[in-house]
Design a protein around this ligand. Structure first.
Ligand SMILES: [Zn+2]
Length: 463
């Protein structure tokens, strides 16, 4: 361990040995209010760390620009960085190789700063957590309120958000019990000037003008592991469910020669056909979200088929029977064969009831509702059959996702703001990570901070 006492030069101008205790307090306050902690950090970096790194580079073979580097000091440059302590301006020394003329920036490499990096990683974390819960403008105000020395605007914040890598999610798993999928709408930004420009070209070449809808959909996927912990799998705005399914399948099955593995045992989702077809590749079985069935059937009959009120009432009554079968509230090992057989009978009776309902609806001329019920029938009780086979309880509704969807909706559905496809997907992924998997969110940043425990600072006496 290297312990080094740095003599911090604090200029004390004394005009005679007579000043009051209160004066000293107010003067100290004045120094720290004007210069503050950023001033302290600036001194530490510019006069201590920079020098230490430069000396190390000159003495060792850190530079690999040419076979025999010969380094000379080549002036200083100033650098501005926004961090949680405030906006810091410091100086770093450049070295030039006399042999090959290449310029080196040792302190930049030592700190691992990226090209044009204008803010610290620890500050980026604060920023991303802020924008996950409120708008860019509001986040800017909140952060500034808590960190008085920090100065930046919401446009910078948006730029940092669009460049952050903290939204990355890898959907690589082999131990998932359940995969849950759902989509929600948002107002998409459509550049009118770009659209007009494109349509002008189309007009000239005799093509039909294109229309761009403002309706976007963000697709969200998460998994539940054997130990019931939740993992985020991703969020997309530009890709179809089919593309999403293929992408994740490929990620988990990189080798084509090995028999493909499924990501999860059960897929739980609502009745959206594109979703079910697109994600079918990811799971062995499918469970229709039971909550969605009456909630989708009612508007379908009412608005699309203009069904009579009493027919809707009758159908919903019939559908209600799907909620009547429950997993017994005891250990799987204590469930007798008789109980399982009884449950099997109940399932079959309920499926028959749905078949009869589908036929009734068809007879009444409600073709869409009839198809809806008949499609749902085969995947209503997957969770029960899976439990009877394995003893593992999997969800019969997507409610775990819906809470998350509400949280995401709160942030992306604000009418005043139009999201770009990229921005909306990024924001959704960040919220998804923070809510469902806070541990891996923290560990992403820990890796980024590269904390070594190698530097400790403390106040000592005056030398
Ligand atoms: Zn060189």
């Amino acid at each position: 361990m290297i312990t080094k006492n740095i003599a911090l030069n604090i200029k004390t101008c004394l005009s005679g040995l007579s000043f009051s205790f209160d004066e000293l307090i107010l003067e100290t306050k004045n120094l720290f209010e004007t210069e503050g902690i950023p001033g302290f950090l600036k001194v530490i970096i510019s006069f201590f760390i920079d020098n230490m790194v430069i000396e190390h580079w000159k003495a060792s073979d850190e530079a690999s620009c040419c076979p025999s580097p010969h380094l000379n000091r080549s002036g200083k440059r100033s650098k501005a960085i926004v961090c949680s302590l405030g906006n810091i301006d410091f100086e770093w020394t450049l070295l030039k190789c006399r042999n090959c003329n290449q310029t080196h920036n040792p302190l930049k490499e030592f700190f691992g700063l990226e090209k044009n990096q204008k803010h610290s990683n620890e500050f980026e974390k604060i920023c991303m957590e802020a924008v996950a819960s409120e708008s860019f403008r509001r986040s800017t105000m909140t952060i500034k309120k808590h960190n008085e020395k920090v100065d930046f605007n919401h446009r910078s914040l948006h730029r940092w958000f669009m460049r952050t890598e903290s939204d990355a999610i890898t959907a690589k798993y082999s131990d998932l019990e359940v995969v849950l999928g759902d989509g929600t709408g948002y107002k998409k930004f459509v550049s009118q000037t770009k659209l007009e420009r494109e349509n002008k070209i189309k007009e000239k070449t005799g093509q039909k003008p294109i229309e761009r809808t403002k309706r976007g959909e963000v697709k969200i996927l998460m998994g539940i592991k054997e130990d019931k912990t939740i993992v985020p799998l991703g969020a997309w705005t530009s890709e179809s469910w089919k593309t999403v399914g293929k992408m994740i399948h490929k990620l988990n099955n990189p080798n084509k020669k090995v028999a493909p593995k499924k990501l999860a045992n059960v897929l739980v989702a609502d009745g959206e056909i594109a979703l079910n077809n697109g994600l079918g590749i990811l799971a062995h079985r499918r469970q229709r979200c039971l909550w969605h069935i009456p909630h989708e059937l009612k508007p379908l009959m009412k608005y699309q088929e203009k069904a009579a009120e009493e027919d809707i009432k009758y159908s919903l009554n019939q559908v209600h029977s799907i909620f009547q079968i429950d997993i017994p509230d005891k250990d799987f090992g204590d469930v007798s064969i008789e109980e399982k057989l009884e449950m099997n009978e109940k399932i079959k009776a309920c499926e028959l009831q749905m078949k009869l309902l589908s036929e009734y609806l068809e007879h009444k001329g409600y073709d869409k509702a009839s198809t809806y019920v008949s499609n749902a029938r085969s995947s209503l009780f997957t969770y029960l059959r899976y439990w009877m086979k394995t003893g593992v309880v999997t969800p019969k509704v997507t409610s775990k996702l819906e809470r998350l969807m509400r949280e995401i909706g709160r942030r992306i559905k604000k009418s005043a703001f139009n999201w770009s496809e990229k921005g909306c997907a990024k924001m959704t992924r960040i919220i998804l990570k923070i809510i469902t998997d806070p541990k891996s969110w923290e560990s992403f940043w820990d890796q980024k901070f590269k904390l070594s425990g190698n530097i400790k600072l403390s106040f000592e006496g005056i030398s």
